[in-house]
Design a protein around this ligand. Sequence first.
Ligand code: BTN
Length: 276
Amino acid sequence: MRNETGKEALTVEGISAELLTKWAGRRIVCSSETGSTNDDARELADDGAAGGTLVVTEKQNKGRGRQGRVWESPFGGSIFMSCILRPDFSPDKASMLTIIAALSTAEAIEDICDSEVKAGIKWPNDIVMGGHKICGILTELHMNPDGSIKDVIIGEGINANIESFPENIAATAGSILLETGIRIDRNKLIACIMLHFEHNYEIFRSVLSLAPLKEEYEKRLLNMNKGVRVLDPAGEYEGTACGITEAGELIVETNEHCRRYINAGEVSVRGLYGYV
Ligand code: BTN
């Protein structure tokens, strides 16, 4: 099926035909336009939708990014999607899901493109190719009154087959097409992300630690051994990133030779020379 631009449309059938998972993406709600897939997923979760339910759209009118920012979500070549999770572990572990989502997305992009293509990760969860951000992830946690997790919504905006960007974001934003020259099958990429996510989630779930995934994540971590500026509201400082902990914190060796452990929820990290 083709969409208004004559390109391959995102469809339930197109994704399902490629899907090899047990639970991730086994129910898909797909539209040509919506407000925010994270909001739609939350409504579905409130109505009792199962973990693994996936909401996908071609265009968002109220796309949301991290730290209250707007996520521009025009029609044409992107993927906007949100997956509902219903973890049975404690909320303090939930931030690790965003690391798992980033790793899974990077692995899937590499699989779909070819063995030469490398997708980098800017801690904690931006996917970067050729110095340009090609995917952002917004993870939202909802709690029960007793303090347990009700659900987690993992939303991803992926610049897949975008041919150009408006001037105001052209310096930092990129797409898989612009960085690799490959026009990917978006339905196939979604199915592939679901497969990697399910696999990595189950590994993580068995030990409730990122230890078994750390090596693959750090292989793609663009901040690794690079200078970073930590934008801590309690006081900014600079240092060198030297990996992540088994809980997903960024380890920074400060210029004063002190080790600091950065939690993604609390502070942002910038490269010293540009975006990464
Ligand atoms: C970021 O700021 O880097 C995160 C961006 C996350 C955007 C995605 S698009 C699908 C889902 N729905 C939203 O409203 N936001 C997320």
